[in-house]
Design a protein. Sequence first.
Length: 589
Amino acid sequence: MQETAITSNLPQQPRRRKFLRYTFIGFGAFILFVLFSAILIPLLFEGQVKKIFLKEINKNLATEIVVDEDDIELSILKNFPEATVVFRNVAIRESIKNSKENFLHSDAISLLFNVRDILKGNYVIKKIIVQDADIRLLTDAQGNINYKFWKENESEDSSGDLSVVLEEVKCENINFIYADKKNRQDISMLIKDVTMHGNFTADTYTLKTEGDILSHGIEIRNTKYLIEKELKINTALDVNNVTDTYTFKKGVITVNKNIFEIEGSITDATELALDLEVKSSKADVEALMLLLPGNYASALKNIESKGKITFQSVIEGTYTKQKNPAVTIDFNIDDGTIYHKDFGGRLTDVNCSGTYSNGEKHAAQTSSLKINNLSAKYGKEPVSFKLIYNNFTNPFIDLQLNGNIPASILIASVAENITDAEGYIAFDNVSVKGQIKNFRSDLATEPVQGNFSFHDVACTINKEKIKINGTAQLENAEMILDNFKAEFFGSVLQASITLNNWLETIFISGSENKPPLNISGNISCDKFDLQKTIATFTSPEKQPVPASPGNITTKKQATNDWMNVSGNIRCAIDDFQYKKLQVKNVKAD
């Protein structure tokens, strides 16, 4: 029985070897065929393909295409199994009369089609790959665009040798700028790697988009959002070209690891109509700041958090040059931790809820921000905070603050050139209520009151270490600093002073002409170097960016804002120095 079993298995070995031999032969023949085709087809057909593609593209383009015929090549292997025509160093002129500027320049644009189209002589483009490009889309104040490059055929013509039935567009390393003067919008971004799928030539289809983008900034009516933020996009959008309506079937955008889910629709007919809901259950405090204008969010850019943070935003209404949609944001923080990512100083057990709305007029003057009953701990000490901030044009504030706050969270948020911060600031029943512009007058409805003190607060400004201790009392519009002590440059400064207009300096008051910070009192110092002090507390002036369409820029801040000071100070300095001037025992008003 054993011999019979062995004998019955013997024929299987030759069959297996024969099968493997034929498999390897077949596979090798296929490889040879592909390599043979990859060499032979370009040699035989490249000239013909070039002529057809140039002829058809020039026939359909409304503007000039700039490309050297030697920079066009046919490849079989580049995107196998599809054939590829690659246009290298190609540019497309603006659709502005007599303009020699390009709205698009790319190191390589690849048009993909079926290899069999070469033999049939009729090419159907189904996929486009754009690599290493600069794209600049402009709209002037009258609504004229610079990128109307494709002719609008009044009647369909199927007699051409090339047609476009686009199903996929892939973009790699593209600097993209969109500047719309009519609607006052600017977008600047780096498209790192984005792929879009859909039946682009149909009236209705689903557009699937996935990829990575670096947003340099989105500016809407001089307000900036998403400045230098990493975005990951994974969306499915129902496109209706008949009604110009775009509806999210699936919308997930990740911004700096914060996941946003988008639902709703956008209609771009006579007016841009928005009906969107943005929500997140996987976000940190940064997610809330991402939706705030850049001038508010930038002060908190180095603050990070942990814990469960959820929010929901609704954007509804029309967007035009004169109108904004209604925007509301509701957020909630449970058992969170807030800290400075570089300097530490943690608030733990953070719990609060809040809302933002642009109000009934959908404008800055009806906007409001509310943070309800924030509770936290610094170490084992409790912290409580409440804020109502209404009317971003002429702000009304209702602030209640009690407890110890890490200096790293407060000080590092108001100056960009701070590289270190430690210690804490203790607040004792601080209360601020009223219109900010009225705090310095008799119109204030309620007195500002409370106390706060600096406990071993230290920071480094422009590489100079500064230590601060002392107490302050708030009385109406005045801040009274008593036993204030600052150590810097090897000097010790002591002061008992009163500050007026300090609220207008700290908070955005809606006024272009802020009143000067008024300082009165006594200051004494053992030695004082004026030149070093000015150099330390003045930020280096940045070189201006040349003005051009699409540049996301900010309003230039005066480098001498720190000099907007008035008051009467009685000072005594043992050793005063400015450059080569040195004076002993200075006493002056």
